[in-house]
Design a protein. Sequence first.
Lengths: 286, 386
Amino acid sequence: MSAEWRALHQADAEGPNDDGGPSGQASYGRVNPRGVDTTHGAILYLDGITVSFDGFKALSDLTLDIGVGELRCIIGPNGAGKTTMMDVITGKTRPTAGSAFFGQNIDLTTLNEAQIAHAGIGRKFQRPTVFEQHTVLENLELAMKTDKRVRPTLFSRLTSEQADRIAQTLALIRLTDEAYRVAGLLSHGQKQWLEIGMLLMQEPQLLLLDEPVAGMTDAETERTGELLHELRGHHSLMVVEHDMDFVSRIADGGKVTVLHEGAVLAEGTMAQVQADARVIEVYLGR
Amino acid sequence: MTHASEQRMNSASSRAGELYTAALRRPLFSPKAWIALTVVTMVLALLPLLNLVFPAGHTLHVSAYAVALLGKFMCYALAALALDLVWGYAGILSLGHGLFFALGGYAHGMYLMRAIGQDGVYQSNVPDFMVFLNWKDYPWYWAFTEHFWYAMLLVVLVPGGLAFLFGYFAFRSRIKGVYFSIITQALTFAAMLLFFRNDTGFGGNNGFTDFKRILGFDITAPGTRATLYWVTLAVLLGALVLARAVTQSKLGRVLTAVRDAESRVRFIGYEPLGFKLFVWTLSAVMCGIAGALYVPQVGIINPGEMSTENSIEMVIWVATGGRGTLIGPIIGAGTVNGLKTWFTSVFPEFWLYALGLIFVLVTLFLPQGIVGLARRWMTRRQERAI
């Protein structure tokens, strides 16, 4: 475990901190981000999720759970329901049937996108979306978990702990040298890392990454793999990816889930999945 | 990792942290900008003195006309500064800031009308236009306007309150971009029609004029005019510092983030409504104050101030000076109005064409306005120096 990470997570060790309570407008912070009950060892439960659009079932009876600190890779051919599943988890799409729980106690199907983000689920979309006119430093500052209402923002002064957290995140995403650069000038890969950094500044319990290495150079892909390794164990991660080499590199003996036609086709280590006859037929064999 | 190296790393990161804290606590102005600001303010403050001290014909004499003109330009500059706060920083293009300007002007105008007392043409207790309408008493909404402080309260509360209400519903419904601009324009137009009516009780077509005194002082006396000029200069400077403080804060960074990617801002946990409403209302109040300072200096306020052209002209001042720079709109308001004064005396019928041309040229060749041009020159000079 790196020093950066130990320092980053000191706040967690010291128990609930002040700004864990409602932040943002009243309709938001009703869910205490510290209030996720993970006593049963799972951060996310999807049970019998079905989503149908005009009769077409994007997800049919999908059941999946992700453990605390797990790095789970999700693979599957196009149209397997990967993105719809992420939409259900982040509140963008409501399931037609089934239940989705964050920990044991937070019912995701009753919350909106902002509430889910506040509860501690961070999502990185395929296209990097950072604030291009702001510096890297300012991007991280804006994303940082704190009281985000108008008045506290107007009089906000960075505390030394917050500055340290920014410094640690910068080191983790390897953008320390670019701290004062305008984000619009970063390379594609750097923008992706910055966005991951912005998610980390929000201290999420569960990170959803949608094709994090799409469009990256080999070196950037390599670097992203290292970054995900460093996050493993500190955050629960769900990585949806097409790039099989990348998946086998980051899965590292962990569980891989194969989706097909809106349901789980196979689950197991990369080696087990690759040996599964059905998986070979629908996905790998092609 | 050993304990020692871990400690070393922590202290390294906290040193970096101090740098970041410093970088995010942006100064109001750079030392150079402070000096420039002080010099310009002092020169501007000196002009009325030159008018008062030196007799006409003296080489150092500045005409009363020039002082009055500059006083008026500073009011326009304040309005442009207010518009830049919302347009340049939050990306909200208002085509209705003339309304807030006029409302501030009318609020102050009510006091000035009552200060006329019985010195009007009809020597009545009520203003001449009310005599015309056969009104014996002031309508209810004129209550207390004989008190200067109450009128000043209205100058802040009426534009601010209207902006808050309108902004709340518009921003809550997520009305953005050109739709928002059109609605502000429609609102201003509706208000103009309302103020044109005699029954509204604000002097109809003619508005308020023939002011005699302010706080007991003769409003046309050179001393009073100089004082109004200095007050305007002080308010403009104060507004610039306040606007700068807002835009340099974290809130300013949230605003520019809203301008660039609003949905992303919402996604990282800010509710844009409150931020937009804050800057929108602040801007309207500033614009109202600009109107209130304008009326005693030009001696008239009528519904023409709410016309479409006026609000659009404000946008052109901001664009010409440089959107999102605060100082740019002040320069732009001065430049465009200086040109306007010259044009309307030399080729009055061509001014609107010239204005249109300025807007086209600025849009095509100076997207960052005059300030952007100056910045480009400075970086080029620095590069050459290296």
